[in-house]
Design a protein around this ligand. Structure first.
Ligand code: SAH
Ligand code: SF4
Length: 433
């Protein structure tokens, strides 16, 4: 009898990409994906450990799903926790929660078919750093958008961050394999390809660095659009910015996490740049690509952050004027350097600072979005919008655009006049209609 599975993915795009690999692997091994956990033989949760809230959420979901066991079924779904929380806590989770049947870290996904078939109560968290899952088929679910992982792991050890310890050391895929994958996606009609890595700017394969890879990928992908995340400001070179500026299908959009505007805090975070150096990178990007869409990440309430240091961050947030910002309150992660730093701030104070940043950014996002009204922008049609009769698409800047009453096919590029914007979402009509 065919074993069915349900998969639920949390966290960053790397997890989304990994879950496509898991689907490919399980389907090739004869398993069937099913749309709801109620009817599944196995449930896989792909977890995120980057903040405490993410971890609590996925364990809460595990508890909720474990309830299926008592709902008149002879045996409930076999519950597997995958991803970063699995790697972080390992076998301890089997005992502690009593909810999980197996725990499988990001380097051990090849073991999943055997674990599910045998219903093994086990924890697999070996570090197999040479495995990029190259040979595995992938089930992609976001046509015409796709992710291509170009590297795994991270060596930066930002002091607040758990990623290097759960995802392991940085390793880059061979450029030839990346180019083959990208050319295949473009030939199959994919029209947006996002290169993924924790710090794509430190990509290296022999003599090929990130700028060279980016140009080669853009050629192989044409006419598909190319994006990439995440860029570490320290490693973002003029060469990469020039490749973006000089190549028509590389999106003029960049996510460049600033984290803080205070030099003391940046040093304590082990980020490897000062606020002046960060500003220089922004100036370089805007000089080479006027109108580039810039987004960032900021952490409010890092240990020991004084009011004055926080004010520097708030000041730079206003001054730079990002199109969008992902704002977080600091969250202690076990085993990270920052978790044992003195000067932890009360959670209420972290939240207060977070709200100050949110208010600033909300005004900027709305202002920048309103400025687009009346402009014509090229939009990649991605599919149906939530409301019937509407279609959704993305601009090169990665802004969502909603079209009323149109019937284009996903993957088509359409020139659209923006009628209004309310933040990251915009509304428009095709040019000439
Ligand atoms: N490699 C990427 C993504 C890291 S996680 C990068 O360097 O940008 C995404 C974001 O989560 C980070 O940029 C940071 O702003 C935030 N983050 C990471 N650890 C955190 C922590 N302990 N508390 C709060 N935010 C955190
Ligand atoms: Fe974490 Fe820093 Fe690596 Fe990003 S670069 S994953 S924030 S350690």
């Amino acid at each position: 009898m065919t074993i069915t599975y349900f998969i639920d993915t949390y966290g960053c795009q790397m997890n989304v990409s990994d879950s496509e690999t898991i689907r490919g692997l399980l389907n090739a091994a004869g398993f069937d994906e099913c749309p709801s956990p109620e009817s599944a033989d196995a449930v896989l949760l792909i977890s995120c450990a980057v903040r405490e809230h993410a971890e609590t959420r996925v364990l809460g979901r595990a508890a909720q799903l474990a309830g299926l066991r008592s709902h008149g079924r002879s045996r409930g779904p076999f519950m597997v926790l995958c991803g970063c929380v699995a790697q972080e806590h390992g076998s301890e989770l089997l005992e502690r929660t009593g909810l999980l049947d197996a725990v499988v870290g990001p380097d051990c996904y090849r073991d999943l078919p055997g674990i599910l078939r045998e219903r093994l109560r086990t924890a697999h968290t070996d570090r197999r750093t040479s495995d990029h899952y190259e040979d595995l088929p992938r089930v992609r679910s976001e046509f015409p958008r796709s992710f291509v992982t170009i590297m795994r792991g991270c060596d930066n050890w930002c002091s607040y961050c758990i990623v290097p310890s759960v995802r392991g050391p940085e390793r880059s895929r061979e450029s030839g394999r990346i180019l083959t994958e990208v050319a295949g996606l473009s030939a199959a009609g994919y029209r947006e390809i996002t290169l993924l890595g924790q710090n794509v700017n430190s990509y290296r394969d022999g003599s090929t660095g990130f700028a060279g890879l980016l140009e080669a990928v853009a050629r192989a992908a044409d006419p598909a659009w190319i994006r990439f995340v995440t860029s570490h400001p320290r490693d973002l070179t003029r060469g990469v910015a020039e490749a973006m500026a000089g190549t028509g299908n590389i999106c003029r959009q960049l996510h460049l996490p600033m984290q803080s505007g205070s030099d003391r805090v940046l040093a304590a975070m082990n980020r490897g740049y000062t606020s002046a150096q960060y500003m220089e990178k922004v100036a370089m990007l805007r000089e080479l690509m006027p109108g580039i869409v810039l987004t960032t990440d900021i952490i409010a309430g890092f240990p020991g952050e004084t009011q004055e240091e926080f004010d520097r961050t708030a000041g730079l947030l206003s001054e730079i004027g990002f199109d969008y910002a992902f704002l977080f309150r600091y969250s202690e992660r076990r085993g990270t350097a920052a978790a044992s730093m003195p000067g932890a701030l009360p959670v209420e104070e972290r939240l207060r600072r977070l709200h100050v940043l949110q208010d600033i950014q909300k005004r900027i996002t709305l202002r920048r979005s309103a400025m687009l009204a009346g402009r014509n922008l090229r939009v990649l049609i991605t599919g149906e919008a939530r409301r019937p009769g509407q279609q959704a698409g993305r601009t090169m800047g990665n802004r969502m655009v909603i079209l009323e009453g149109s019937s284009f096919s996903p993957g088509e590029f359409v020139d659209v006049t923006i009628t209004r914007g309310d933040g990251w979402t915009h509304f428009g009509v095709p040019v000439g209609l």
